[in-house]
Design a protein around this ligand. Structure first.
Ligand code: NAP
Length: 265
């Protein structure tokens, strides 16, 4: 019953993990705010949730347009009067080596994956503090815990989320607010399609790791259990999670494994 009647705002709701979150949260009785850039895809997801129009708000949003975000928070309050959960899930990946990567690609990855989450958090925070209740759920990655080849900017943006949201948790824990950071391993979504190549174009291909990864519904079911338990940080995936523990206990061994890892191209 954790999510019953709660207002959950999901960014990146037009695809993949965000889409599966919307469907599962609707099944568990939540009211939803669905945000991403592609309105047609948001409409498709809205229909798939089966929610009545008064239980759902389609709120198109580019998370890099920080000036528009306070107004979007207001839209949610006008519609539902509160915000219980913000799922900071919008993200893009990368497929390029440092040596070849255009600097603008780094800016873009940070803008979407890091600053987008910071901007929405800062705008929603006063609402949650006034409510004395609220939960930020951040989609990081195993790449938020270790650095891997061809993901330098992606890993940096995900590592940055940990620094920011660990700090936020320490600041607001005594105000009744929660922060859960979720680190997925390989999950079956189209994320590699929109990953940026060295010049900032979409990679546009599916990736073997994601294709063979955890089904997205199974991932989301485990993610929401962790959120319901108010876990601070959780790792969900397959064998690739071993990297996180190797980094913690045997960093030299992980470094040798990663430098010899064959990458897809
Ligand atoms: N799949 C995995 O294996 C995996 C592993 C680790 C972490 N993750 C993380 O999981 C999150 C969701 O990714 P996914 O796997 O579900 O990939 P996905 O299917 O490609 O979904 C990405 C979502 O982000 C949205 N988005 C991208 N740029 C945006 C922007 N500027 N403003 C607003 N929304 C934007 C996209 O919507 P629009 O294009 O419509 O804007 C889309 O809904 C990401 O943060 C990703 O880094 C995924």
């Amino acid at each position: 019953m954790t999510f019953h009647h709660k207002v959950a705002w999901i960014t990146g709701a037009s695809s993949g993990i965000g889409e599966a979150l919307a469907i599962e949260l609707a099944r568990q009785g939540a009211r939803l705010v669905l945000s991403a850039r592609r309105i047609d895809e948001l409409q498709r997801v809205a229909t798939a949730t089966g929610l009545e129009a008064d239980q759902l708000l389609i709120l198109p949003l580019d998370v890099t347009d920080e000036a528009s975000i306070p107004e979007r928070v207001n839209d949610v309050l006008i519609r539902f009067g509160k915000i219980d959960y913000v799922f900071l899930n919008a993200g893009i990946s990368q497929r390029s080596f440092v040596q070849e990567t255009n600097f603008a690609v780094y800016r873009r990855l940070m803008e979407v994956n890091f600053f987008g989450a910071v901007a929405l958090t800062q705008a929603a925070l006063p609402v949650m503090l006034a409510q004395k209740k609220g939960h930020f759920v951040v989609t990081s990655s195993v790449s938020g815990k270790i650095g891997v080849r061809q993901r330098s900017g992606y890993c940096a943006s995900k590592h940055a989320l940990h620094g920011f949201f660990d700090s936020l948790r320490a600041e607001v824990a005594n105000d009744g607010l929660n922060v859960t950071i979720v680190c997925p391993g390989y999950i079956q979504t189209p994320i590699s399609q929109s990953a940026l190549d060295a010049s900032g174009y979409a990679y546009g291909r599916s990736d073997k790791h994601q294709a063979e990864g955890m089904p997205v519904d199974r991932f989301v079911s485990r993610m929401l259990k962790a959120v319901a338990k108010e876990r601070e940080e959780v790792y969900i995936g397959g064998r690739e999670l071993t990297g996180i523990y190797l980094k913690r206990f045997f960093p030299g061994l992980l470094s040798r494994i990663l430098r010899n890892r064959i990458v897809e191209q």
